[in-house]
Design a protein around this ligand. Structure first.
Ligand SMILES: NC(=O)C1=CN([C@@H]2O[C@H](COP(=O)(O)OP(=O)(O)OC[C@H]3O[C@@H](n4cnc5c(N)ncnc54)[C@H](O)[C@@H]3O)[C@@H](O)[C@H]2O)C=CC1
Ligand SMILES: O=C(O)[C@H](O)CS(=O)(=O)O
Length: 482
């Protein structure tokens, strides 16, 4: 694969200040998500290399935390400048290995950089407190100190932003962090690490391990030197990692699966609702944890919304994300395609109506035709499971109480959306929805300044915002008797 900056395809891992291959010499092939062609090879690392990385992180973190916040911020801002200078190469890597259209990949580079900029400045606001003592001969001080060595296990759907949303607060707080990216998208992670090294991150402060997920992840969870794990991915894997971290009582941040309801009321602005549904549902070909998964439409607006949505979906262009006009890339793998087919088949067998799409795309491979399904109901898998694909299931409803009950009838609680011009609904419905994040008259809610995260089985903790750095800090209370 040809890049403007050849350094961004190291095909080695940064461990303890050196760029190394696997002890075994074995490599994992990284494939182009659209064509299946081999684009690079990365080391197949395992437990031994992970143990070395953890030991190196422990040493590096002691020096890194002693840097002033201003010094750490300076390095992070330099990292941002290098990321922005190399935006095109990073976007090309993301599109090649993950499949998302180039325009979305370029956008993700900026989104990823925004977390580094945000937390570089948050580093300077890590303040403590001087408390009013119960005993006048004593002084009570509360200071915030970095957790120590952190680990991040990240998904393929946002191969840059899900790394910086964890690495930026960790590094800003004075921690060291070891990242295990998804096996499908390691190249973006290695390129970010290369730019971080160039920006001045000291050896061992940011390390990226590719290879055997179970062996690497198992060591990151088991090793007591690792004091915190941040994970984004499926709820199933999150549950497993949480159990593996239990014996060493690690701090955990989990950003897991979702099952986002969209509620369109009769009084909604129709075009705004359609554009909001399109933005939420078809971003990254429906492969985000905050994608619209169920679309509840009040009966009065249902026919007009269904027609307008079908027209918008039929205008999407499916293809290789490297082609400028493409708006829908491939799904990540065949398993993802099969899950979409199973959900569609289940709905149609139970009486739903196919309005457009519904089958694999003529391009073959992992491409799927953007789809709208009508007359879906709560008994279908769309209502219970995260589809993670380009399918918009429409569920008609009548009353506010009915639809809030439907929307909350899930073990997930990440994101929810509603479209209404009624001021009372704009207050009362979000308050009634059991979700960590609610979008009102918009389908796009993610940014660096707002707390991102869910409740119930969508996870623990919040990422981004002024709340996000707390997960990488420990409070220390010092009591001085004078
Ligand atoms: N919340 C989100 O943004 C995401 C949700 N998902 C959901 O998960 C489903 C499955 O997708 P996957 O890619 O399989 O997600 P996954 O949760 O299995 O993979 C995410 C990360 O976890 C790692 N991982 C998996 N098993 C592990 C283990 N035993 N030990 C250590 N690390 C492990 C993977 O290597 C990857 O880095 C998707 O269909 C979607 O429903 C997937 C990706 C992102
Ligand atoms: O995990 C995801 O799908 C992302 O967190 C979604 S977002 O942050 O890019 O909205």
């Amino acid at each position: 694969m040809k890049l403007n900056n050849a350094d961004l395809l190291p095909e080695k891992n940064p461990i303890d200040g050196a760029w190394v291959v696997a002890d075994s010499g074995q490599r994992l092939t990284v494939k182009n998500a659209a064509t299946g062609a081999a684009i690079a090879g990365v080391p197949l690392l395992g437990q031994a290399e992970t143990q070395r990385a953890i030991a190196a992180a422990e040493v590096a973190q002691r020096a890194w935390k002693r840097r002033s916040a201003a010094e750490r911020a300076q390095v992070l801002h330099r990292w941002v400048r290098l990321i922005e200078e190399n935006r095109e190469d990073l976007a090309s890597l993301m599109t090649a290995e993950g499949g998302k259209p180039l325009a979305e990949a370029r956008g993700e580079v900026g989104y990823a950089a925004s977390f580094i900029t945000w937390f570089a400045e948050e580093a300077k606001r890590i303040d403590g407190a001087l408390l009013q003592p119960v005993n006048p001969t004593q002084r009570y001080i509360v200071s915030k100190q970095p957790v120590g060595v952190c680990a991040a296990i990240t998904p393929w759907n946002f191969p840059a932003a899900m790394i910086t949303r964890k690495a930026a607060p960790a590094l800003a707080a004075g921690c060291a962090i070891i990242v295990k990216p998804a096996e499908q998208t390691p190249l973006t992670a290695l390129a970010l690490a290369k730019l971080g090294e160039e920006a001045g991150l000291p050896p061992g402060v940011l390390q990226v391990l590719t290879g055997d997920a179970q062996a690497i992840g198992g060591e990151l969870c088991r090793n007591p030197t690792v004091r915190k794990l941040s994970f984004t991915g499926s709820t199933e894997t999150g549950r497993l990692l949480m159990a593996q971290c239990a014996p060493t009582i690690k701090k955990l941040s989990l950003e897991l699966g979702g099952n986002a309801p969209v509620i369109v009321f009769d009084d909604a602005d129709l075009q705004l609702a359609v554009s909001g549904i399109m933005a939420s549902k078809f971003r990254n070909s429906g492969q985000t944890c905050v994608c619209a998964n169920r679309i509840y439409v009040q009966r009065g607006i249902y026919p007009a919304l269904a027609d307008a949505l079908v027209n918008a979906v039929q205008a999407l262009k499916v293809g290789n994300g490297m082609e400028e006009k493409v708006t829908q890339g491939p799904l990540i793998d065949q398993r993802a395609v099969e899950k979409v087919e199973q959900h569609i088949r289940d709905a149609l067998e139970k009486g739903a109506t196919l309005l457009t799409g519904g089958q694999r795309h003529p391009l073959g491979g992992n491409f799927f035709t953007p789809t709208v399904i009508g007359n879906v109901n709560q008994a279908m898998r769309f209502a219970r499971e995260e589809t993670f694909g380009p399918v918009a299931p429409l569920i008609p409803f009548d009353t506010d109480e009915e639809v809030v009950g439907y929307a909350n009838d899930t073990e997930f609680g990440l994101a929810a959306y509603l479209f209404t011009r009624d001021a009372r609904r704009q207050w009362l419905i979000p308050e009634a929805l059991e979700y960590g994040m609610v979008g009102v008259n918009t389908g796009l809610i993610s940014n660096e300044v707002a707390p991102f995260g869910g409740i119930k089985q969508s996870g623990l903790g919040r990422e981004g915002s002024r709340f996000g750095i707390d997960d990488y800090l420990e409070l220390k209370y010092i009591c001085i008797a004078l």
